[in-house]
Design a protein around this ligand. Structure first.
Ligand code: NAP
Length: 276
């Protein structure tokens, strides 16, 4: 039995489809299982990675886990997984841990990785860069013909299609040669935020403009949605990516056997995100 944590997430949802397609027994854990929409026959369980009392039921009978990087109770998670007989954990970490100038985003992922360092079972780690799906955050502005507020329009990222991330995790869970490995996953191109928005405009036919705001203005506008320390971490990260192309890897091809999907592919596959 494979336990997928973070069940409502984009990677978890795509991973579930892939595992079901090749016949694996899967249980989906979520902090809010009532909000899951699962195919018939797939069981849901409460698995709140900040609440260890939910771990025993989630992990009973499980041999492999796809784990979101929540460090708060990682020690308790490993203890319960060990008692349950879990043999393999695949952690969804982040390429932010590769940055020597540790910020709050990197720290939480690094803490999750460190929490698994002495675990007795096999641990595999996926460190993706920027999810292409982050562009969903621009959809409200684009759909309402408002400018997209960006503090660092020329910051580079490496947008990765969620399907490529899910396929990479699928390979790590199911192909023994990847067991215990650590992979840095990127999209196929390094693109500034401006270039990403230009592509969205070109492929959706919508007019997209940018409001180049100060970091302080952006922090205030996001205060309702993003905790202050996390917003500061993002701003700090983007400042360091400003004008600096992201290093690209071929890990999608190594893990999946096909080239990474482009950001243009993601826009075409998610046209509904920007449709009015
Ligand atoms: N976004 C990036 O660029 C990026 C880059 C590198 C690494 N990562 C890692 O990947 C993880 C997933 O990133 P994401 O941005 O794609 O987040 P996401 O798909 O929205 O999922 C994050 C998790 O948050 C929980 N959640 C809470 N409220 C939710 C809601 N209303 N709808 C859906 N899920 C909700 C879900 O877990 P429950 O179902 O258990 O509540 C879900 O698995 C991040 O937490 C980070 O560790 C992200």
């Amino acid at each position: 039995m494979i336990l997928i944590t973070g069940g409502r997430g984009a990677v978890a949802t795509n991973l579930l489809s892939l595992l079901l397609a090749d016949g694996h027994a899967v249980r989906v854990g979520s902090g809010r299982p009532d909000q899951l929409e699962l195919p018939d026959g797939v069981s849901a369980v409460t698995c709140d990675l900040r609440d260890p009392t939910t771990f025993p039921a989630a992990l009973a009978g499980v041999t492999s886990v796809f784990l979101y990087a929540e460090p708060a109770c990682i020690t308790e998670f490993v203890t319960t997984a060990t008692e349950a007989g879990v043999e393999h954990i695949v952690l969804l970490s982040s390429s932010s841990v590769l940055d020597p100038d540790t910020n709050p985003v990197a720290k939480s992922h690094l803490d999750a990785e460190l929490g698994l360092a002495d675990a007795p079972m096999a641990v595999s780690v996926l460190r993706p860069g920027a999810f292409a799906g982050n562009a969903r955050g621009w959809s409200f502005s684009i759909k309402t013909d408002r400018p997209v507020a960006l503090p660092y329009p020329n910051a580079y990222a490496d947008p990765i299609h969620e399907l490529d991330i899910a396929e990479a995790v699928h390979a790590m869970l199911t192909e023994p040669e990847h067991r215990g490995e650590v992979y840095h996953l990127t999209g196929p191109q390094t693109l500034t935020f401006t270039a990403q928005l230009d592509l969205i405009a070109e492929l959706t036919g919508r007019s997209v403009t940018i409001d180049h705001v100060t970091p302080d203005t952006w922090r205030q506008e996001m205060a309702e949605y993003i905790p202050a320390h996390y917003a500061d971490g993002l701003l700090d990260y983007w400042r360091r990516c400003d004008g600096v192309p992201t290093v690209i890897t071929d890990t999608v091809a190594t893990l999946t056997g096909h080239p990474a999907r482009t950001f243009a592919d993601w826009i075409r596959d998610n046209a509904a995100v920007f449709a009015v």
